[in-house]
Design a protein around this ligand. Structure first.
Ligand SMILES: N[C@@H](CCC(=O)N[C@@H](CS)C(=O)NCC(=O)O)C(=O)O
Length: 223
């Protein structure tokens, strides 16, 4: 399989986290978002968005949620398991994260504290709902077994950990169960294997620079 990617795209990371969790061999091709090749524009009807999966048979598949379901179906033991209702609910809990990846991105890019707080208000209801849903004993969404919900939340939780590490600002400060869940997911190492080697440099350059509130916080913490 081959995954067409952009280096700090959370949707790509969701797909790569699943591929890594299932120990699938795959290739990655990073494209320049400002100069998308015409073949990608043709293959991914949403304006050449990534990720795009090219299967071993040469078929194209777009939309990360569809891609992860496909991979889960065709490779190894499924992570989306249980009754139709359980699987549907798991997709819904996963979508709660992926539907909010870009909300998190724009929150991280906030130019000042007031804008950050305003944008955080869009994330607060999903954090509150997930905090209520998580099991006390953890460590993962369903308890001891890693599931597709964990994979979908990994990019979002990974990014909160990086922001906390550099800016000492924790999006999850009010949510102890989400913090424990993040800790358990980071213990898997999937956050590192699902991104390119220069991920942290590009991520911090884009989100934690002089133009962002979090970037200035990070600067003041390191000086
Ligand atoms: N709903 C899509 C969203 C994918 C998406 O937004 N990808 C971004 C990169 S993270 C993209 O390619 N955006 C188009 C652009 O930057 O012009 C999915 O789940 O795959």
């Amino acid at each position: 399989m081959k995954l067409i990617s952009m280096k700090i795209c959370p949707y790509v990371q969701q797909v790569r986290a699943l591929l890594e969790a299932k120990s699938v061999r795959y290739a990655v091709e990073h494209i320049d978002g400002g100069d998308r090749p015409q073949w990608l524009m043709d293959a991914s009807p949403d304006g050449g968005e990534v990720p795009l999966l090219i299967t071993d048979e040469g078929e194209h598949l777009f939309q990360s949620d569809a891609i992860v379901e496909y991979i889960d179906d065709v490779v190894g033991d499924p992570l989306l398991t249980g009754s139709p209702l359980t699987r549907a609910r798991d997709k819904a809990w996963g979508r709660l994260a992926s539907d909010n990846y870009l909300v998190q991105c724009s929150t991280q890019r906030s130019p000042n504290e007031a804008t950050l707080k305003e944008r955080m208000e869009d994330l607060t209801p999903i954090f509150q709902a997930t905090e209520r849903q998580l099991k006390e004993e953890g460590p993962y969404f369903h308890g001891s077994e890693l599931s597709m919900v964990d994979i979908s939340w990994l990019p979002l939780l990974h990014r909160t950990a990086l922001i906390e590490q550099y800016a000492r600002y924790d999006f999850l400060a009010a949510y102890p169960k989400l913090m424990d869940w993040r800790h358990a997911l980071l213990d898997t190492g999937l956050q590192n294997t699902s991104v390119p080697e220069d991920f942290q440099d590009i991520f911090t350059g884009f989100y934690l620079n002089e133009e962002t509130y979090l970037g200035r916080l990070a600067g003041s913490r390191s000086s």
